[in-house]
Design a protein around this ligand. Structure first.
Ligand code: AMP
Length: 272
């Protein structure tokens, strides 16, 4: 992959890269389309990275269907799918990790303590392998996009990052490979994330400034749906991820909710 990437670079072609864990949906495809507008060569990776999963998480269950993904990627004009095996990515001697402190011990980092170290480490490896001029990430994983943006700055990666908007189902549920775990009843309850974010946005637009009160309203809204268990609801500064008690500027409202056994995340940036 490095040799091939170098050839593209020497020809002066711009490489756009979209890292994924596969089981592609419209969210992933929107990232690919953005990459295609800007790049000459579009590379995606499909790799379910074991080091970003906790011991009790869904690594083994995570949906995989390479031939379906390959077909979708081809239709979108992807030039190369980088699809490594675990042994190719992590030799048994692998020691080195990349960590971004502060930004990773809040929000999803609280209940997934090793997750972001896995993400920053695998992205570093993928960036060195694929040698992109720019990478495209989704706002769906807002914290991840912020951590990668910061890593790119802090460690002088010579590339640009683009963050693409969240693609949703017609009823508002954010698209996710994990949505396919949901039963029909759980699928109804999964709407609670989008509904409660909408509710919160409405309150802020009406002038509500008290974060605790808004968080309480979100909590009540989510808990009114069966099968839901809240992991976290946070209203934070979109750049530092520090909690904001009073809403006086744009905020990130981020949440994670278990619906049955499936952990779903969603977020809104609310501008005032
Ligand atoms: P994943 O395969 O879930 O690791 O996601 C790969 C990339 O696609 C990440 O940058 C995600 O943020 C992005 N992504 C996943 N779901 C969506 C969505 N519904 N809308 C936009 N981007 C998404």
């Amino acid at each position: 992959m490095q040799t091939v990437a170098e050839t593209f670079r020497q020809r002066g072609q711009v490489i756009g890269f979209v890292p994924t864990m596969g089981y592609l949906h419209e969210g992933h495809l929107s990232l690919i389309r953005i990459a295609r507008e800007k790049g000459d060569i579009i590379i995606i990776s499909i790799y379910v990275n074991p080091t970003q999963f906790g011991p009790d998480e869904d690594l083994n269950l995570y949906p995989r269907d390479f031939s379906r993904d390959e077909e979708l990627a081809k239709k979108e004009g992807v030039h190369i799918i980088f699809y490594p095996s675990d042994t190719e990515m992590y030799r048994s001697e692998h020691l080195t990790v990349v960590r971004a402190d502060e930004l990773t011990n809040v929000l999803c980092g609280t209940s997934r303590p090793h997750h972001f170290q896995g993400v920053t480490t695998i992205c570093t490896k993928l960036f060195h392998i694929v040698k992109p001029h720019f990478v495209v990430f989704g706002q769906k994983d807002y914290q991840q996009s912020l951590v990668i943006r910061r890593m790119i700055q802090d460690l002088n990666f010579d590339m640009e990052i683009i963050v693409a908007p969240i693609v949703r189902e017609p009823d508002g549920l954010a698209m996710s490979s994990r949505n396919q775990y949901l039963s029909a009843e759980e699928r109804q309850s999964a709407l609670s994330l989008f509904q409660s974010l909408n509710l919160a946005q409405g309150l802020i637009h009406k002038g509500e400034k008290n974060s605790d009160l808004i968080i309480q309203k979100i909590r009540e809204s989510i808990e009114s749906y069966p099968y839901t268990k809240i992991d976290y609801i946070s209203i934070v500064d979109p750049y530092t991820l520090k909690p904001l008690k009073e809403i006086t500027k744009s905020v990130l409202i981020a949440l994670a909710v278990f619906v049955g056994k499936t952990r779903l995340i969603d977020n809104f940036i609310v501008n005032i």
